[in-house]
Design a protein around this ligand. Sequence first.
Ligand code: ADP
Ligand code: MG
Length: 356
Amino acid sequence: MAGLVRLESISKTFETDSKRVIALREVSLRVAPGEIFGIIGLSGAGKSTLVRCINMLEVPDRGKVYVDGLEITALGSRELREARKKIGMIFQHFNLLSSRTVLENVVFPLEIAKLEKADRVRKGRKLLALVGLEDKEDAYPSQLSGGQKQRVGVARALANDPKVLLCDEPTSSLDPQTTRSILRLLDTINKAFGLTIILITHEMDAIRQICDKVAVIADGKVAESGRVIDMFTSPRHETTKAMIRGSSHIDAPDWAVEILEASAKAADRRVVRLSFMGESTGRPVISSIARDFGVDINILTAQIDHIKSIPFGVMLVELSGNGDAVEKSIDFLRGLGVSVEVIDDVSDLLTEVNGG
Ligand SMILES: Nc1ncnc2c1ncn2[C@@H]1O[C@H](COP(=O)(O)OP(=O)(O)O)[C@@H](O)[C@H]1O
Ligand SMILES: [Mg+2]
């Protein structure tokens, strides 16, 4: 199957005088054209090394990288320079040239590509308008906010009309509000031009807001990958679960803790986490199990977020009922496609609730 970016069994080890670090272990990935593909993992997991292997800023020890059908790992230096024009990149610390104006930064790749000055300026201004900085072309980077600097970074990365944009923690130095505006900009560019984007982050919120697919990297390996929606509703790997918990805004009051402890001991009571997608909120589902199964429902906490633009709800509820009513209602919910996780270990939930 074709992919715009394809990694096949990429391995990379760093050797220094004192130690040897295996940064990537046989990583394979496939990013389809037009996708926003997230790569998430803890610090040191190997994310930057991975993305730098895509444009050969880091040369993998083994494995192959393909971009737009071309095997990048097989190119000579002149061909590689040409191929890199198809691969834009933005960075956490923006990497702007401080002695150049905003416009001069944006057109820098076009200077290297030996475009005529008039053409460079025309293109540069178009790109600045795209990122909302048309009035800043003569400013210097030191005169800009972090968000504006990253917008310059985006404009510069788009100068050669790349097929893919690599983003290495582009919002990690920005405040939450600016983060959202940069993520929105990336989303807009993706939609407007069908530009494929690979977004590295350690923040689950960024994945949730704009990514279609995601790969979780842990210890130099792909722990799991797939659609963002599936990962949020049924995470498999421990790292994924921990990261989702860490980003969850769910919060249970103290009184809920007692209910959780009591319910863990009782046979006819269960505390469950329900995750549901789409326009339907959990409410109709909840009222129907109350009615049809005679189950009592105690909503402990509830939260609605969005995955891209799709509402995504999480509810922590206690179900109680006679005989096997609770089990039956859980089966019913699962049959409706609601993801139901029975919480049997209260201590798990408590650390989650407390953000631990
Ligand atoms: N140039 C390098 N020399 C030596 N070790 C490196 C180098 N680059 C990365 N590493 C090591 O490789 C591992 C993965 O690093 P990195 O890809 O930067 O992770 P992440 O971006 O997920 O935080 C880390 O242990 C890091 O210290
Ligand atoms: Mg990194």
